[in-house]
Design a protein around this ligand. Structure first.
Ligand code: PLP
Length: 383
């Protein structure tokens, strides 16, 4: 189907931070898919884990348990313990994880307060996925045109407007507040510390669930395992996907104390959720990423990248935002043609955009300093 407006490149293989197209041309990857290949391409421990697991067990129905999936779930809960997470439901994608999160919020509220308290408040500019419900939660009008009727019970507030949030979080009708700590698709926009603390306080006071969509910002990308840890808040639900599988589909709905036991047998499920091969990959990602020294190296690389870009004092460049290796750079021209030109450079450079005039960087965590310099040189020359 004509779902994607594709760029004229067909990739054949990858290694580390590099990709090769079918003609043999090389490209440096500053995008990691979109925050997916967090340990680059063909990461040897990942190849080993996949190969070994495929030879042992590919799939079991969720009527049963698999050892590798159970231990992955435990490891993931431990990695998210700093944010107060207690249990996990394993899924396959970000949208599926957010669907699960909305179901938990609605059931929590229904069983405690009865009907009519099902609204989920989210932010304008947010992106939560492509299913009908996650589109309904996505605060961008252009996603709300062609696929109605949308799921009822979603309202939007302006990110950063505390009065608006205080009014919207009506404890008689609202079940949850869903937000990305750093809005990825709409321009690497960070929620302020003050706003996040206020949201957490209001949610706690009114028993509204604080739901963090960490599908792009999670799994170490901002220098802490979850970006919300950097704010010191403890959400009731966290959703993960993308980097958690390093290129293999995995999604997760993490639940804190309040929400850990909302789902009971029969409430939710997914044929492939907790797939043993995906779980084996998840182990490698967590073993590598979820340790403090690896994550402080991500934070340091992000700072280095920001410093280099700002040292150019480039007339085309405006604000440089972000945390760790989740960065946005505003430019005074349209970003998409820059992305197209970067692709045509030799070696090519894979960039992302976020909004009309923002370049977005989501490189692999193991990008070397030399590769960072090389990619930034390509970009500087282009600008
Ligand atoms: N939430 C956020 C913050 C995302 O960035 C994305 C994907 O870009 C999604 C949800 C949807 O994830 P998926 O495409 O895996 O369904």
């Amino acid at each position: 189907m004509k779902t994607y407006k594709r760029l004229p490149v067909t990739f054949a293989k990858g290694e580390g931070s590099w990709l090769w197209d079918t003609a043999g041309k090389k490209y440096l990857d500053f995008a990691s898919g979109i925050a997916v290949n967090c340990l680059g391409h063909a990461y040897p421990p990942l190849i080993k884990a996949i190969s070994e697991q495929v030879g042992k067990l590919n799939h079991v129905c969720n009527y049963y348990q698999s050892d590798v999936s159970m231990s992955f779930a435990e490891k993931l809960i431990a990695a998210c313990a700093g944010a107060g997470m207690k249990k996990v439901f394993l899924a396959n994608s970000g949208a599926e994880a957010n669907e699960g999160a909305c179901k938990i919020a609605r059931k929590y509220s229904l069983s405690k307060y009865g009907k009519g308290r099902h609204t989920i408040v989210s932010l304008r500019g947010s992106f939560h996925g492509r299913t009908i419900t996650t589109l309904s939660a996505t605060g961008q009008d252009h996603f709300h045109k062609d696929f109605g009727p949308y799921t009822e019970g979603f309202v939007f507030v302006d990110a950063g407007d505390m009065d608006m949030l205080e009014r919207a979080l009506n404890k008689n009708i609202v079940a949850g507040f869903l937000a990305e700590p750093i809005q990825g698709e709409s321009g690497i926009k960070l929620l302020s510390q003050e706003y996040m603390e206020m949201a957490a306080k209001l949610c706690a006071e009114r028993d509204i669930l604080l739901m963090m969509d960490e599908i792009q910002s999670g799994v170490g990308r901002t220098g802490t395992f979850l970006a919300c840890e950097g704010y010191g808040v403890k959400p009731d639900i966290v959703t993960l996907a993308k980097g958690l599988g390093g290129g293999i589909p995995v999604g997760a709905v993490m639940a804190g104390e309040k929400t850990a036991d909302v789902f009971q047998p029969g409430d939710h499920g997914s044929t492939f959720g907790g797939n043993p091969v995906a779980a084996a990959v998840g182990h490698v990602i967590l073993d590598t990423v979820a340790n403090p020294s690896f994550m402080s190296a991500i934070a340091a690389k992000g700072e280095r990248m920001k410093e280099i870009i700002s040292s150019w004092n480039h007339p085309r460049i405006g604000e440089i935002r972000g945390k760790g290796l989740m960065l946005g750079v505003d430019i005074d021209i349209e970003a998409w043609p820059v992305l197209e030109k970067a692709l045509k450079a030799d070696p090519g450079l894979l960039l992302l955009t976020a909004g009309k005039q923002t370049l977005r960087f989501l490189p692999p965590y193991n990008l070397s300093d030399a590769e960072m310099d090389q990619g930034l040189d390509i970009l500087k020359n282009l600008l």
